[in-house]
Design a protein. Structure first.
Length: 362
């Protein structure tokens, strides 16, 4: 058979769908891939021929990776608010080590931190074995450049040790990256990650270990954060890799135990009391950010040097701007969340971010 007779993948269920030969029309498969990923037809038949001859193999995985790493695809997801436009990130001096080596099942960022692609939806499997470029143009689109800037500044400014607290931590990307960079600077790290999903807590422990940190030496807290210390309930996630927007239930009445698990709800005041002064506080708690910060504002003033807050509504953004400004914090960066209109409803399409620096000498 010719290459064009055996291309892309086996849609009949025989063999490996991503890497095996295709038994359906290969040219039509390429047209479907263009329509699904790029929203258009291939330019001409010659382009289809080129895909069939590409180095890297005539497989569905090879075709998918060529398309999703194309400038056209990246541009489309930036326009949809799913990937930020390239922003100069720094300070980078002393943060980049030897060129990282890729490993199957992981995306390795420009600094050398490895993240299991199974933590994320299937689309991210295309990043397996990939290595981020030093300029940041190739990176998994899961973080904002403004967040990375804030973390880099915090690590660069840390003195004897680096201390980080991540609320709504997921797999703990910010505390682990911060510790990784602090270690490169010769600093010890003190970390706390707070997460409501037991599945994501497991992800966090594994992510720490994957990058050379003993989870038992840091504080991994299975809890949600709120305005006071109470009991709350958190959804049991049917798909931990795909469910990243779950919210806690603070109602006193116990919900269905098959759908929710009981967790502690801890105030930020309580959590800060368990740590040294915090160099970097990352807060992304799905709409409770202003409430959490406001309830603990005195402790935040006294014990946090910089905070990066994900925002999920204009009301939250306005409340935080008023609160933090009145408390004397310096706004280093602010980007509003984005919405699309669906009939009479507004649908959040991209979180906002605010980065604040505490001018007090802590």
């Amino acid at each position: 058979m010719s290459c064009s007779d055996t291309v892309i993948a086996n849609s009949t269920g025989m063999g490996n769908v991503a890497t095996g030969p295709l038994t359906v029309d290969p040219r039509q498969t390429i047209r479907w891939a263009y329509a699904f990923l790029l929203g258009r037809e291939p330019e001409n038949e010659a382009i289809i021929d080129q895909h069939l001859r590409y180095e890297g193999g005539a497989t569905l995985d090879a075709l998918r990776q060529r398309l999703i790493f194309s400038d056209e695809f990246l541009s489309s997801i930036r326009q949809a608010g799913l990937l930020s436009t390239t922003v100069s990130v720094g300070p980078l001096e002393g943060m980049l080590g030897e060129p990282p080596i890729g490993e199957a099942g992981f995306f390795t960022d420009r600094f050398g931190v490895r993240t299991r692609t199974r933590y994320l939806p299937p689309l991210y499997e295309a990043y397996s074995g990939k290595v981020g470029s030093p300029d940041g143009k190739l990176d998994m689109p899961v973080h904002e450049p403004e967040e990375l800037n804030a973390l880099l500044r915090s690590v660069a400014e840390a003195k004897k040790q680096f201390t980080a607290l991540e609320l709504g931590a997921g797999w703990g990307p910010w505390i682990v990256l911060g510790a990784f960079l602090a270690r490169r600077r010769g600093l010890h790290a003190a970390l706390m990650g707070v997460e409501g999903s037991s599945d994501h807590v497991d992800f966090m422990r594994t992510h720490m270990a994957d990058n050379g940190f003993d989870p038992a030496s840091h504080q991994i807290v299975h809890a949600v954060v709120g305005s006071r210390d109470v009991v709350a309930y958190f959804p049991k996630l049917p798909d931990p890799s795909g469910d990243w927007g779950a919210q806690a239930n603070y109602d006193a009445e116990r919900p269905d135990e098959n759908e929710m698990e009981e967790v502690a709800c801890l105030s930020l005041h309580t959590l800060l009391g368990r740590m040294p002064v915090v160099d970097f506080l990352h807060c992304d708690v799905q709409g409770a950010e202003a409430e959490v910060i406001e309830a603990a504002i005195e402790s935040v003033n006294q014990r946090v040097r910089r905070t990066c807050i994900g925002t999920h509504s204009r009301g939250i953004e306005a409340k935080l701007l008023d609160l933090m400004t009145a408390q004397g914090w310096v706004l280093e960066h602010e980007k509003a969340c984005r919405f699309n209109q669906d009939g009479t409803k507004l649908v959040l399409t991209a979180d906002g971010v605010q980065v604040w620096r505490n001018p007090r000498a802590l």
